[in-house]
Design a protein around this ligand. Structure first.
Ligand code: 2NL
Length: 366
């Protein structure tokens, strides 16, 4: 047996073994082990390459070519198997993660917008169109913002703990904090923080210690405030007239203003809308009866002064309205208490779809 032949036989054996093992491999890890074992820095083929230096030039040339061919063949076998394994893995995943795109979609449970949220959104849309911005503030208020700044005297019944929720103060605190009894403190804060002209509406949750069929300890209000140099009672009437007609979607809705009293406005008024009560059924916009929907007035000069606005330079109007009451009127909800019961059947009945966004052009009472 010649030297050449013996050497080739050697390499044939390595090749047969390596190619065989590559074909049998069941994982890329096994292929990598095989590659390192043969072609790695200390691999068998690499070791054989290192012996080339000791050969005569002719023998080295033949042996080198044979070793290179062996190296290439093993590398190709490993690559081919790696590609086959990757394809098999992809097939397996395609099969396992198969999606039936012909399945009908699962039914979505649609949420509903609570009538209070809907009513606030509608009011924001109406007053927004008139140039009002929405302002917000804390539910837990200081006595000054909720009462004192608003010209509500210390002996006023609204200040009694019978009507107002007071929070237990910390040691050394001057006046205990209150759960705001109206959203007016937000207007007070706005006047103190900003220069006129001011045109804001303030929707939000308010609290009173009151619980019966027509009163809830927490309820919702929206108040509005307009301050400028020449703002007058005509602006108040025009603005609230426009609001009532847009909100109830009745362009001819009769409206009247009756004198009233609030400590924070002078003069003060209450606004009524026309209705009929014929046959015990309330119908808005018809008949000779009247229904009160809000209180309003020109901001009291003392309140302006308390809020850092010079009453000789500026004047303005304000109004306040209970949200639940007008929501009940507009949407025919008979019982106040149901607003807070979180009864899903009630919400499905009286609630609104999220995509039914209130707009003036689309009509507010769809
Ligand atoms: C009602 C009556 C009203 C106001 C609220 C107000 C706020 C400031 C100054 C002056 Cl900061 N007035 N708010 C004025 C008149 C009436 O609410 O019946 N609310 C449910």
């Amino acid at each position: 047996m010649s030297h050449e032949t013996r050497t080739s036989d050697d390499l044939d054996q390595i090749r047969d073994e390596a190619v065989g093992r590559a074909r049998e491999a069941t994982s890329t890890d096994a292929l990598e082990t095989l590659r390192v074992e043969l072609l790695g820095k200390k691999g068998r083929v690499t070791d054989l390459m290192k012996t080339l230096g000791g050969l005569a030039p002719e023998a080295r040339k033949a042996r080198g070519a044979a070793l290179n061919a062996l190296k290439d063949e093993i590398a190709r076998a490993i690559e081919a198997k790696a590609a086959a394994l990757a394809e098999a893995e992809l097939d397996r995943r395609l099969e396992a993660e198969r999606i039936d795109v012909t399945l009908p979609p699962r039914p979505l449970t649609e949420g509903r917008i609570h009538p209070i949220s809907q009513t606030i959104d509608e009011m924001v849309a109406i007053f927004g169109e008139m140039g009002f911005k929405v302002a917000e503030g804390p539910d837990i208020e200081e006595d000054f913002y909720n009462f004192t700044a608003l010209n509500i005297p210390p002996e006023h019944p609204a200040r009694q703990s019978h009507d107002t929720f007071y929070l237990k103060g910390k040691e050394g605190e001057k006046a205990p904090k209150v759960l705001r009894t109206h959203t007016s403190p937000v207007q007070v804060r706005t006047m103190l923080a900003e220069k006129p002209p001011i045109r804001i509406i303030v929707p939000g949750r308010t609290y009173r210690s009151d619980h019966d069929a027509t009163h809830s300890p927490n309820f919702y209000q929206i108040e509005g405030l307009v301050i400028d140099r020449t703002t007058h009672m005509g602006h108040l009437k025009g603005c609230l007239n426009e609001f009532a007609r847009a909100f109830f979607d009745l362009p001819e809705l009769p409206v009247r203003f009756r004198p009233s009293y609030f400590p924070f406005t002078e003069p003060s008024a209450e606004m009524d809308i026309g209705c009929s009560r014929a046959g015990g059924e309330l119908k808005i916009g018809a008949g000779g009866d009247w229904l009160e929907i809000l209180g309003c007035g020109m901001v009291h000069p003392k309140v302006l002064a308390n809020c850092g606005i010079d009453p000789d330079e500026y004047q303005g109007f304000a109004f306040g309205m209970g949200i639940e009451r007008v929501a009940m009127l507009k949407y025919g909800i008979p019982d106040l208490r149901t607003f807070y019961e979180a009864d899903l059947r009630w919400l499905r009945h009286y609630g609104f779809l999220a995509l039914d966004v209130p707009t003036l052009s689309g009509g507010l009472s769809r």
